[in-house]
Design a binder for this molecule. Structure first.
Ligand SMILES: Nc1nc2c(ncn2[C@@H]2O[C@H](COP(=O)(O)OP(=O)(O)OP(=O)(O)O)[C@@H](O)[C@H]2O)c(=O)[nH]1
Ligand SMILES: [Mg+2]
Length: 358
């Protein structure tokens, strides 16, 4: 399962977002360092395509894609030197697939802290750089020693030394000119600024309408490095606590459409290069995540290894075409189901049936 780690300053709304995403109930309070223990939860990714197909097939079971979310303590300037809760808790997100920076924009006198997402980004970046530098330097000494007796280890040293120089100058690795190969060589070191990430700017209710203006400086600062989303975390968390119909009513009433949580999940999938394919039938409709660019047998393997091993072909139709025709059998009769072989690159939103033989 894909994993995402939330990072941000205290009182930025990380735990509120965690609760909204996972349905958990970890402590949320208007004082810094409410979170002292790392929490892990599972978020179900609402997907309107899946819901529509499940309704079409009258599926008895609907299985959404899931994402694991990790909520950690708030990070402050000087955490590297023990300020606040220090930075040891970053170990809890070292192995996630992507980070989500939670940047506070909402203003609330009852909640201590700044409401300046750009300044928060600067603080976060520096603390992540310092944490990476400390972690890298420890690993570098070990690798240099190992390389003396085992030349195979030496291969990664140039990338590590280049990374050390970059981090020492205060620059996160994602902003650096390291090549894709160098970045890939560094992946096993679990450096935080070498991970894909996106930003959630936590908007005040009054900022939702003019979100574009609030997000612009953060988006400009990050450029191509990350997607920036505006989310009113508190509204989303309130909506999450309601029954589905009331939830939709509240969100639509506030002009928030399906709500921001599906957007957050999609941003995660985009950030780590994952797409979704669907399967549908009367027994079950299900969303599956797969590596963008994967061919049909690899996707079959996401369902079950037998389907990959014994893969014969995939029957494929885009979810919206299938929905328009109304059923798999009607689509088949109309010749709309494509037969695809081993080389077919599965697309986001494809509906699949795998033919296999083991
Ligand atoms: N007004 C307003 N308050 C919010 C919003 N999001 C979170 N809060 C409040 O801000 C306070 C802190 O929220 P948390 O979710 O605990 O923040 P956190 O980032 O987990 O904080 P730490 O665990 O201390 O690092 C709580 O009182 C929340 O109710 C928001 O969008 N608007
Ligand atoms: Mg918290």
């Amino acid at each position: 399962m894909e994993r995402i780690g939330l990072v941000g300053l205290p009182n930025s709304g990380k735990s509120s977002l965690f609760n909204a995403l996972t349905g958990a109930n970890v402590p949320v309070a208007p004082h810094p360092f409410t979170t002292t223990e790392t929490a892990v939860g599972v978020a179900h990714v609402a997907d309107s395509r899946l819901a529509a197909l499940a309704a079409m097939s009258a599926s008895r079971k609907v299985v959404e894609a899931t994402v694991e979310v990790v909520d950690i303590a708030g990070l402050v300037a000087g955490a590297e030197h023990g300020e606040g809760l220090g930075n040891r808790f970053l170990a809890g997100i070292r192995e996630v697939d992507a980070l989500c920076f939670v940047l506070r924009s909402f203003a609330d006198d009852a909640v201590p802290g700044e409401s300046d997402p750009l300044a928060a980004l600067g603080v976060l970046e520096l603390e992540l750089v310092l944490a990476d530098l400390a972690s890298l330097e420890g690993q570098l000494v070990r690798q240099q020693k190992a390389a003396r007796t085992n030349p195979a280890v030496a291969g990664v040293l140039p990338a590590m030394e280049a990374a050390q120089a970059i981090l020492s100058s205060g620059v996160p690795l994602y902003r650096s000119a390291l090549s894709a190969e160098q970045k890939a060589a560094l992946v096993p070191l679990f450096l935080l600024t070498n991970k894909p990430f996106f930003c959630v700017v936590n908007l005040g209710e009054d900022e939702v309408a003019g979100a574009g203006e609030v997000l612009a400086p953060v988006a400009a600062e990050l450029g191509v490095h990350a997607t920036v989303l505006g989310v009113s975390v508190e509204l989303e968390a309130e909506a999450r606590a309601l029954e589905p119909e009331e939830r939709t009513e509240l969100l639509v009433g506030l002009g928030l459409g399906e709500g921001a949580l599906p957007r957050v999940a999609r941003a995660l999938f985009d950030t780590i290069g994952r797409w979704t394919f669907l399967t549908t039938g009367d027994k079950e409709s299900r969303a599956w995540t797969f590596r963008k660019g994967a061919r049909a047998p690899e996707c079959a393997g996401v369902i079950h290894s037998d389907l990959q091993r014994g893969f014969i072909r995939a029957e494929v139709i885009r979810w919206d075409e299938l929905l328009e025709i109304g059923s798999w059998s009607a689509a088949k009769a109309a010749g709309k189901i494509r037969l695809e072989g081993k080389d077919y690159e599965v697309q986001d939103g494809d509906t699949l049936e795998i033919r296999f033989n083991v």
